[in-house]
Design a protein. Sequence first.
Length: 227
Amino acid sequence: MLKVTYLGHSCVYATDGKHKLIVDPFLTGNPQATVPAQDIDVDYILATHGHGDHLGDAVEISKRTGATIIAPNELANWVSLRGADAHNMHIGGSYQFEFGRVKLTIAHHGSSAGESGLEYTGNPCGFVFDMGGKTVYHTGDTGLFLDMKLIGELHPIDIMFLPIGDNFTMGVDDAVRAVQFVKPKIAVPIHYNTWEIIAADPNEFARKLQSSGVKVVILNPNQSLEL
Ligand code: NI
Ligand code: MN
């Protein structure tokens, strides 16, 4: 069993009933968030990159709960320096955690953090992870890339979370291509309508994938899906 809950923007909570993790825990200052960061209790935090709308409350949650932040090496070092517990990984690498295996994928984007937003935090990533007998692909922030075909071939994906908001990431049409490349069972659009600059219509995304054989599920913040 895998239960995923969308917490707004790029934030996804996942549990198999025994283990709990959160991806990109941007809750404080997230206009879509309905759950305060202080209410988050997890074992692991998966951080795709250092941008504030992804790393978000990760350090605070880790320090409070003891959760381990799984992140690309430079970002893992950055959060470690700030008192968080971290597991350093890098793109192409995978590791068996208690809940399942995690693999870091490429993501075409940037990664920086800190007060200025200019402190170097290495390369951004996406995550393919297994939990509760299901495989999840959270692409992180990225443009479209052809290697997504390979990711889908190597790892049959049950559920894929991908941005559709354009400007900083894929827009709707490129996201449709991404889904066609990966061929997940379910696709969930994220990273849209948080702010005007990433306004997008998830129904257009769903409509364009109507005959693709992929089920599109549009989740509202705090809405869950059980697989
Ligand atoms: Ni970003
Ligand atoms: Mn972002």
